[in-house]
Write a protein that binds this ligand. Structure first.
Ligand code: 13P
Length: 253
């Protein structure tokens, strides 16, 4: 089976000004000094400082991403950011479909699919976020909801494009709540998602696509999560805002 390189990603959400962000980026870079070649590190700052942070990280081997991306290349789309703008600011990836976009800003699977395809067409790696709410989990609808999010989110994305797709499973009930999915709960879902990729695409896609876990990842739980066979990295919110905690997460055992 193909060995998947871990991806340890920090989503800064709506936090950090330029000075704070550049300092945090430099401090994170200083934590990436173990010479690991089995993992990649990515930071997703707010749009306003993507350029400064990318610049501060030049030559450090850390990727940067935007927290969303539009499907259009330019034009009258107030409040949006085009794939080329992300690249112009030094980013090589975009987070799409984050639960805060879905639940606070009402983004649908259909809109998220347009973002996925637009970002891919613009040459970005896409981190497609999916996740069930507590209500959906309690109603035993977790797999149904996730399958719909994956199928609709990746609609029209072909096998060849899948090498630029990363999936992030972020149960909504675990985001920013301090409540992490147990390693068993997370592994069960990740295994389901890998099987789903096999059903939609082919075994090679299922074997090579990275599936990250997100939702209250901390230094205290990262090792047990990363030890699961189908967990290939983490998408970290709160604990990515401090270099020492994100450093411990990057340097998981
Ligand atoms: P927390 O790590 O703060 O729970 O956030 C997870 C998340 O939403 C990352 O995208």
């Amino acid at each position: 089976m193909t060995k998947r390189k871990a991806l340890m990603a920090g989503n800064w959400k709506m936090n950090m000004n330029a000075v704070e962000g550049c300092r945090l980026a430099a401090d994170v870079a200083a934590q990436c000094n173990k010479g690991y070649d089995d993992r990649e590190v990515l930071l997703a700052p707010p749009f306003t400082i993507l350029s400064e942070v990318s610049h501060a990280l030049e030559g450090k081997g850390i990727l940067t991403a935007s927290q969303n991306v539009c499907w259009e290349e330019n034009g009258a789309f107030t409040g949006e950011i085009a794939p080329n703008m992300v690249k112009d600011a030094g980013g090589s990836a975009a987070i799409v479909g984050h639960s805060e976009r879905r639940h606070i800003f009402g983004e649908s699977n259909e809109m998220i699919n347009k973002r996925v395809k637009g970002g891919l067409a613009g040459g970005l790696m896409i981190i497609l976020c999916i996740g069930e709410t507590l209500e959906e989990r309690e109603a035993d609808r977790t797999f149904t909801v996730l399958e719909e999010q994956v199928r609709k989110g990746l609609d029209g994305v072909d096998t060849g494009q899948m090498e630029k797709i990363v999936i992030a499973y972020e149960p909504v009930w675990a985001i920013g709540t301090g409540k992490t999915a147990s390693k068993e709960q997370a592994q069960e879902v990740h295994a389901f998602l890998r099987g789903l990729l096999d059903r939609i695409y082919e075994k090679d896609v299922a074997d090579t696509t990275r599936i990250l876990y997100g939702g209250s990842v901390k230094p205290a739980n990262v090792n047990e999560l990363m030890a699961q066979p189908d967990i290939d990295g983490a998408l970290v919110g709160g604990a990515a805002l401090k270099a020492d905690s994100f450093g411990s997460i990057i340097n998981f055992q």
